[in-house]
Design a protein around this ligand. Sequence first.
Ligand SMILES: Cc1cc2nc3c(=O)[nH]c(=O)nc-3n(C[C@H](O)[C@H](O)[C@H](O)COP(=O)(O)OP(=O)(O)OC[C@H]3O[C@@H](n4cnc5c(N)ncnc54)[C@H](O)[C@@H]3O)c2cc1C
Length: 269
Amino acid sequence: MASSLEEHLSDLLHDNPLGMAAAVAVLAVLLLLVMRLAAPGKPKTFLDPQQFQPLTLSRIDTLTHNTKRFVFKLPDPRMRVGLPTGQHITFLAKDSDGKDVYRPYTPVTDDDTPGAVEFVIKLYEQGKMSQVLSKMGVGDAMLMKGPRGRFSYKRNMKRAFAILKDPADTTKVSVVFGNLSEEDILLRRELEELEQQHPGRFKVYHVLNKAPEGWQGGVGFISKDTLQQRLPPPADDVMVLRCGPKPMNDAMKGYLDALGYAEDAQFEF
Ligand SMILES: Cc1cc2nc3c(=O)[nH]c(=O)nc-3n(C[C@H](O)[C@H](O)[C@H](O)COP(=O)(O)OP(=O)(O)OC[C@H]3O[C@@H](n4cnc5c(N)ncnc54)[C@H](O)[C@@H]3O)c2cc1C
């Protein structure tokens, strides 16, 4: 039997060497695939809450006069970052004096994205981490740890912010977005696209300190009246999330308290 199989293979190779070579190549690829699938221990997610690990920068896009998108490559193209919605990642770097600087950042890619994680970061001339990020180039590494944060989102948890791609989630989102000038509005096109794709479910209202002539949105600081007009009134299924500089967050908390939003219906990142 063995010798007849050998003879058969030898005849086959002799008659059709290219076909045989292709069959061997296909078999080798299949074997590799089976070995990869069966390989134990390859992590599916990157983040480790216990330790900082380096991620290599693979692309930098300039978005506005002071904001860049930083794309980091995960160690395996199939790997995901491993960050639940609403949580953030801590970056660790050395400042110009050699001291450790820790800063939190929230990726703009979601946790289904394989092989990469992207951040949109505003860079401040005097900011410690901003200075490190400004000097980074493709191929440089940043130390990251996570997930971090007290807020974790569950579908339909509250009308807080939606997983818009989840058709079973009926959460409605109202964003009041304050900026200094029109040039400072980040991801404006993406936000407008979300409004168009989810009419009645996703709304953005822009407020500018310095508004151009003919501006349709709010002008000045975000006021108590703006919040009253643009947010759903307090209710058991309404939650307000604040994110911004401390003086602004403190002012918003005062307005939200006065408008009757309960303590546990407010969250500050
Ligand atoms: C949960 C969470 C998620 C976040 N996610 C993001 C994100 O996705 N993208 C993002 O851009 N930011 C994000 N932030 C903000 C981010 O963590 C940092 O606070 C921000 O990048 C500034 O850090 P920095 O070290 O560059 O500035 P810092 O050194 O902390 O300085 C902060 C400010 O003080 C000013 N300043 C510093 N030193 C001086 C000085 N000597 N004189 C005058 N002014 C000075 C700086 O110009 C800057 O305006 C997030 C914050 C939180 C809490």
